[in-house]
Design a binder for this molecule. Structure first.
Ligand SMILES: Nc1ncnc2c1ncn2[C@@H]1O[C@H](COP(=O)(O)OP(=O)(O)OP(=O)(O)O)[C@@H](O)[C@H]1O
Ligand SMILES: [Mg+2]
Length: 427
């Protein structure tokens, strides 16, 4: 898929997702408002009913007689002569219960004239009660009509959210699933695209790497077939050794690809032995001898490890060291100075391969151990390779309980340190 197509798909899907998100938020908000209206209406009905009951009670003959008796004793009747606090309390409680409102509430009867509370359960909620939308005039029960019954619900929002609990939970859950799935689909698409780019790069690279030795050896074979070359043993030797060299090079490359393919498939059998890091380093450096002499490379060896033994598979560990030294040479274009050291830190043997080459920037340091990854240098790679070496190194080092540490700075060089736990076993 082309980058532009992916971007368009991501844009359209993100917009659609944002749309769904906003619509959902809108619907949840609307549902909340409806629930609130429903709640408010229920409260109004309940409080109206309380006031109605007091009104009916007022025309009751027993109540009338009580009022007449009271007015003989008092010069002026007050509101608490008309409204009994205990009755008001139980009526409000019953009516709210009847409307299925279980919220915590405060109520109070106060005079609008001077905002003075005369009865009720209001604690520290006077201000809230004065501002409450649930205020009902008590003029029909007691004149002068500046007395009001006010109610305030302390946990109204909580109660409303509780009533919507299931829908809220389902909305959030499904939205969350949608966002996560969307992110993972996008991530997979981008990852697949990157993998396919890397694979195409690898195939191009491999074709080029294989083409060069095949072309060189077929040219040398053509030369051998010429009569004058056949008659000249030194030329014959020269061309046949070219064919042999190129053949070896091809074999090594195929071997390298196969090794990684086997590691990837997981079908490998390691022959774990006690290995001596000092000896293995010497063997590997020896195999580089010709290349070192030819190209003016300086190799410094320091074998300070007093306890050089660790457990591993000899062939693979040799390949690991080979890859690190090969990289150190390959990526040091001017007068390579390679320093290979072994030493002990705590119970570990450390093998360090240091060069004064091009170095690796911080952003690529984590990626270089990934399969087929090569530090991008535009389309032209001056140094040939498959990007398999360090992936192989990491896989093998992990396999034998080791660790890799990389210290590198662009333009200054790199230092790859391998840590393996030392062993005291005899073989
Ligand atoms: N010593 C080093 N100095 C600078 N860059 C390095 C060094 N070692 C590795 N790299 C960078 O890390 C990348 C990955 O290295 P790796 O050994 O896996 O692959 P390669 O050398 O490109 O190919 P090959 O599969 O032939 O080893 C290299 O392409 C290079 O860009
Ligand atoms: Mg390499």
């Amino acid at each position: 898929m082309r980058r532009k197509t992916i971007l368009i798909i991501v844009f359209i899907t993100s917009t659609a997702l944002a749309g769904i998100l906003l619509t959902q938020i809108y619907w949840v908000g609307t549902a909340f408002k409806l629930k609130e209206e429903q709640f408010d209406n229920s409260v109004r009905i309940a409080l109206k009913s309380v006031i109605n009951q007091f009104q009916q009670n007022k025309s009751d003959t027993v109540f009338q007689k009580r009022l007449i008796a009271l007015s003989c004793r008092k010069t002026k009747l007050s509101i608490d002569d008309y409204i009994d606090e205990a009755i008001l309390d139980s009526l409000i409680q019953d009516e709210l219960k009847c409307m299925e409102i279980n919220s915590m509430y405060r109520y109070g009867v106060y005079s609008k004239y001077n905002n003075r509370f005369v009865l009720g359960k209001f604690d520290e909620y006077r201000k809230e009660l004065l501002d409450s939308p649930f205020q009902f005039s008590l003029a029909s029960i007691y004149k002068p009509g500046d007395y009001y019954l006010s109610t305030f619900f302390t946990n109204k929002t909580h109660i409303l959210l509780h009533r919507m609990e299931l829908w809220l939970f389902l909305s959030i859950l499904f939205l969350f699933i949608l966002v996560i799935s969307f992110a993972s689909v996008i991530f997979t698409i981008l990852h697949q695209k990157k993998v396919s780019e890397i694979k195409t790069d690898f195939i191009n690279n491999m074709t080029h790497e294989f083409k060069t030795p095949i072309a060189t050896s077929s040219l040398a074979a053509e030369m051998i077939q010429k009569k004058e070359v056949m008659a000249n043993p030194s030329k014959l030797k020269k061309y046949s050794s070219i064919i042999l060299d190129e053949n070896n090079r091809l074999q090594n490359q195929v071997e390298q690809v196969l090794q990684v393919a086997i590691l990837e498939s997981g079908k490998y059998n390691f022959r774990v032995r006690r290995l001596n890091a000092n000896e293995l380093i010497k063997d590997v450096i020896n195999s580089f001898e010709l290349r070192i002499k030819d190209s003016n490379i300086n190799v410094e060896i320091n074998q300070d490890a007093a306890k050089p033994y660790f457990l591993g598979d000899k062939t693979h560990i040799l390949n690991v060291f080979f890859n690190l030294i090969d990289n150190a040479i390959k990526y040091s274009p001017e007068r390579p100075l390679i320093s290979v050291c072994t030493y002990n830190v705590n119970d570990n043997i450390v093998i360090s391969v240091k060069d004064n080459g091009i170095g690796i920037s911080k952003e690529h340091q984590n990626n270089i151990f990934k399969n087929l990854f090569r530090v991008p240098t535009g389309n032209i790679h001056e140094v040939r390779g498959f990007g398999l070496g360090l992936y192989y190194v990491k896989t093998i080092v992990d396999q034998f309980g080791g660790k890799i540490q990389l210290v590198s700075e662009p333009g200054k060089g790199s230092n790859f340190k391998l840590f393996f736990p030392t062993t005291t076993t005899k073989n």
